[in-house]
Design a protein around this ligand. Structure first.
Ligand code: PCA
Length: 199
């Protein structure tokens, strides 16, 4: 049996619910396809998120890593193509604001996802779930975690990367601005489909 590290995030900024939290808690301990899932919830803080995921990678030595994040406003499931060596943008959950800050001073500009993102998108669409590859994971905590994991696993043949998901209905219904949303059931199902696609 192989091990999959599945990470999600706590709520952040104007989003009092993070649908990735529910998914990670629900799937923790479950077996999907060849993978036993180890769920990990990450804080939305620059000083902790990267370290927590690194600790888990070192401890668990996973055969695959999928990190999930909320992209409030996106309509589709969006596997990310690339992580960049940059932290910039809104305050994190401790109020820390970074501008143009590298994640690793001596790290390369970017890392491509090592997940089968094209196959994820095609399989999701076959199941009736809207999906598309995203060419930017942003410069906030999601990109930070994606880059950190790919940097740590750069010499290993371990599928790893990041997938942004849309808001759930329970989140969208409480937003001031209208944003697209999916049912929690469909979000969960879409994540299971991606896990099933892994070799
Ligand atoms: N989404 C944010 C950080 C946490 C999350 O779920 C992002 O896209 O960076």
């Amino acid at each position: 049996m192989k091990t999959l590290l599945l990470t999600g995030f706590e709520p952040f900024l104007d989003f009092p619910i993070n649908p990735t939290e529910k998914i990670v808690k629900e799937l923790d301990g479950q077996t999907i396809g060849d993978y036993q899932i180890k769920g990990l919830l990450l804080p939305v803080t620059y000083d902790e998120a990267g370290q927590r995921v690194l600790d888990a990678v070192n401890q668990i030595n996973p055969d695959a890593v999928i990190s999930l994040g909320l992209a409030g406003g996106r309509e589709n499931i969006t596997p990310e193509r690339i992580a960049i060596n940059c932290r910039d943008g809104a305050p994190d959950n401790k109020g820390v604001i970074l501008n143009d800050a590298p994640i690793y001073e001596d790290g390369p500009a970017g890392y491509f996802s090592k997940l089968p993102i094209r196959k994820f998108v095609e399989t999701l669409k076959e199941h009736g779930y809207p999906a598309e590859i995203s060419n930017t994971a942003g410069t906030y905590l999601c990109n930070n975690v994606m880059y950190t994991v790919l940097h740590a696993l750069k010499d290993k043949n371990v599928p790893a990367g990041f997938v942004h998901i849309p808001a759930s209905h329970e989140l969208a219904v409480n937003q001031k601005k209208r944003i697209p949303s999916w049912s929690s059931r469909d979000l969960l199902e879409a994540v299971k489909i991606m896990i099933n696609v892994l070799d």
